[in-house]
Write a protein that binds this ligand. Structure first.
Ligand SMILES: [Zn+2]
Length: 310
């Protein structure tokens, strides 16, 4: 299985168009040792002809065009993008679906709640039904091993599977109260484990840090992309951007007593990678002590174009 990072920043990207935080300002001036980053987007392929997008970022058009594997091969009948798997209905996870509206039949995997938010309250997404055949919404059950690509014959291990892990985050602010009250909260935010042959990849760009099941799933994975949005719980207040804390926004901070780096992960086979980095996060500065702390802990930091082969 190949795992490609097409975008590694949180919503707004890095730099963010209207932000004057220390990181964004210094990056624009060219005085920061850091890479610019587009908004979080990952693509996974169990074989070279079938790519699965994990969410659909607002930068998706640019990200596809920058990735040779995702461009229709010469003489082919279309895009190698086969399906999109949504982990939540956040704007940054779904806006890119509108880039995929150009008459390409697609499968979109998500919970019933996410589908209802997109199709019942947000009529713009009805443009996806214009393809022939129209887009197919596939319901993701929770905590069950399900096929994305069935095995080539019964008993063989070459299928591609997923498990959706409920993370107990919140539905986005834009959802109406009336609809929100009818939606089961466990369908709001998912972690996703993808399994091909004996390799497992976990994707959790938003981790509220509630319960322990998500951590067990990380521990059994060979590679885990984890929530690197904020370094500190009060990071946005320090940057004078918001009064809300990281945890109030559904993101466990990387640093601090109950932060991501202090979680009792089992040591061993899992490669831990921070993704979904907000532009205020000091980890982005490669000369910072925070960047060094992450690297010294044995963790990696995602950048656009990073790639893994499992
Ligand atoms: Zn900024």
């Amino acid at each position: 299985m190949r795992v490609k990072v097409l975008g590694s920043a949180a919503g707004g990207g890095f730099p963010q168009w209207n932000c004057i935080c220390a990181n964004c300002s210094a990056l624009r001036l060219g005085t920061l040792k850091a890479r610019p980053r587009t908004q979080a987007q990952v693509a996974v392929a169990p074989d070279p002809s079938k790519w699965f997008l994990l969410n659909a970022s607002p930068d998706l058009r640019q990200q596809i065009n920058a990735t040779p594997e995702l461009i229709p091969p010469t003489g082919s009948r279309g895009s190698p993008i086969y399906s999109v798997i949504l982990t939540s209905a956040d704007v940054d996870c779904v806006m890119g679906l509108l880039h995929l509206r150009e008459f390409q039949p697609l499968h979109i995997f998500c919970t019933v709640s996410v589908r209802r938010i997109l199709t019942e309250e947000n009529s713009l997404f009805r443009v996806l039904t214009r393809s022939n055949p129209p887009v197919r919404w596939e319901t993701m059950p929770l905590d069950r091993l399900m096929p994305l690509v069935p095995p080539s014959s019964p008993g063989t291990k070459d299928g591609f599977f997923y498990k959706a892990v409920p993370l107990m985050g919140a539905f986005p602010d834009y959802v109406s109260d009336a609809l929100r009250q009818s939606l089961p909260p466990e369908e709001a935010v998912l972690g996703l484990q993808l399994i091909h042959k004996d390799k497992r990849f976990f994707y959790g760009p938003s981790l509220p840090g509630i319960g322990e099941e998500w951590r067990r799933t990380v521990d059994e994975s060979d590679l885990a992309f984890l929530d690197g949005t904020f370094w500190r719980d009060d990071e946005l207040a320090l940057a004078k951007r918001s009064r809300r804390t990281a945890r109030e926004m559904g993101h466990m901070p990387v640093w601090g007593d109950r932060g991501l780096l202090r979680q009792p992960f089992r040591l061993g086979k899992t490669r831990h990678v921070l993704i979904h980095l907000n532009n205020t996060n000091p980890v982005l500065n490669e000369d910072s002590p925070e960047h060094r702390t992450v690297r010294d802990a044995g963790w990696e930091i995602a950048y656009d174009g990073m790639e893994f082969q499992l």
